[in-house]
Write a protein that binds this ligand. Structure first.
Ligand code: ATP
Length: 360
């Protein structure tokens, strides 16, 4: 199977100022962005942030109030879902229960006027592609959840769609199958070079699979970017907290640094400006244990007390309540066979200036 040939046209997906309301609820609130051909984009956000509605508008299953969806410059507004040539995979597989895997995969081709022999050949190719060549005659009820979702994927890809839309395709599967299928979908998508948009509420899934993540909150784009950029440079406390764990420290300005728990924190970040900065963020893996523990802590060192110790195999997660600000518990992660402190121990934490981020 080769990447579908689409001549020289660049099929950029452009979402232009989409708005969708349900009564009082603004499910999608002036959303605009572009997806390059061949990219894998994830819509990520908490329940109710509008990610499914946005995907359904792109699929043509929902009508936007205003705004446009364009593919390769062509406005899709008047094009019904079945004529968009988009492959869609749902969380619930949505296979026909009385049809074999092969007939399920070939079904969309029948509607497009492919002959029986062409359909059978294509269905076999597609089942082979998703590792189910030997399951062609099975009914969905005779297959595992992971296998059924592979069939659904093969069915979506069979007509050579110009866009693949995935609505939480892995969330009904158990953790191990989910991890395997996550890698399989990503490598298949890269091999075929098909532009893909996936909805997920699982940040690990988005980080592992996407070229670009669109973080949504209350129907609006909170931040859009490469997974690594969202993790290292979150644009808001919301993104920082949603993508990985971020310790959020309430601070007040103190000269060139920030005051937190009777300590002054210096921050390297290029001129954080004189604006109204109230919180700094630091990832658990960036916090270090300071060599000495005492009341007169130097800058960027916070004395505290160990409140929780959780052994997680390859790392140990420790929660520390700062002595002078006990309500802001800091989480850090220690790797390998280092000395693990005990509950109630005094522990001073070094918050390196390069790792502290100003959270707007
Ligand atoms: P989830 O992860 O829970 O599926 P989501 O981020 O996909 O959430 P949407 O399903 O897009 O969110 O819903 C966004 C908002 O629009 C929610 O407040 C939801 O209740 C509302 N909504 C969605 N569809 C409808 C509908 N058909 N009628 C009324 N309200 C709706």
């Amino acid at each position: 199977i080769h990447p579908p040939s689409r001549g020289t046209s660049i099929l950029t997906l452009a979402i232009d100022d989409l708005v969708k309301t349900f009564g009082e609820v603004k499910a999608v609130d002036h959303v605009s962005f572009e997806v390059e051909e061949g990219a894998f984009v994830c819509f990520l956000g908490p329940s109710g942030c509008g990610k499914t509605t946005l995907l359904r508008i792109i699929a043509g299953l929902e009508q936007a109030d205003t705004g446009a969806v364009r593919l390769g410059g062509v406005d899709m507004s008047g094009v019904p879902a079945r004529k968009r040539n988009f492959g869609v995979v749902f969380q619930s597989y949505s296979l026909f229960p009385n049809m074999s895997a092969q007939r399920n995969v070939g079904y969309g081709l029948e509607c497009r006027g492919w002959s029986k022999s062409e359909r059978q050949k294509r269905a076999c190719e597609m089942l082979d592609l998703v590792g189910l060549a030997d399951q062609a005659r099975k009914l969905p009820s005779e297959m595992s959840g992971g296998q059924q979702q592979r069939v659904a994927l093969a069915r979506a890809l069979a007509p050579n769609p110009s866009l693949l839309l995935l609505d939480e395709p892995l969330s009904a599967l158990d953790a191990k199958v989910r991890d395997t299928l996550r890698q399989e979908i990503r490598s298949l998508q890269q091999r075929l070079g098909i532009t893909t948009v996936m909805v997920t509420h699982d940040q690990d899934e988005a980080l592992a699979m996407a070229d670009t993540i669109v973080v949504l909150n209350g129907g609006k784009i909170e931040q859009i970017g490469h997974p690594r950029d969202l993790y290292t440079r979150p644009a808001s406390a919301f993104v920082a907290g949603f993508i990985g764990h971020m310790n959020v420290l309430p601070v007040t300005r103190n000269g060139s640094g920030f005051h937190f728990s009777n300590t002054i924190l210096d921050v390297d970040e290029a001129d954080p400006g004189q604006g109204d900065i109230r919180s700094l963020g630091i990832r658990p893996e960036a916090i270090e244990v300071a060599s000495s523990h005492g009341a007169n802590a130097p800058r960027n060192v916070v004395p505290g007390e160990v409140r929780a110790v959780t052994f997680l195999g390859n790392l140990t997660r420790i929660e520390v309540a700062p002595d002078a600000q006990k309500d802001t518990v800091l989480t850090l992660e220690l790797h390998g066979a280092c000395d693990i402190p005990k509950l109630g121990d005094g522990l001073s934490l070094r918050l390196p200036s390069h790792a502290l981020k100003v959270l707007p």
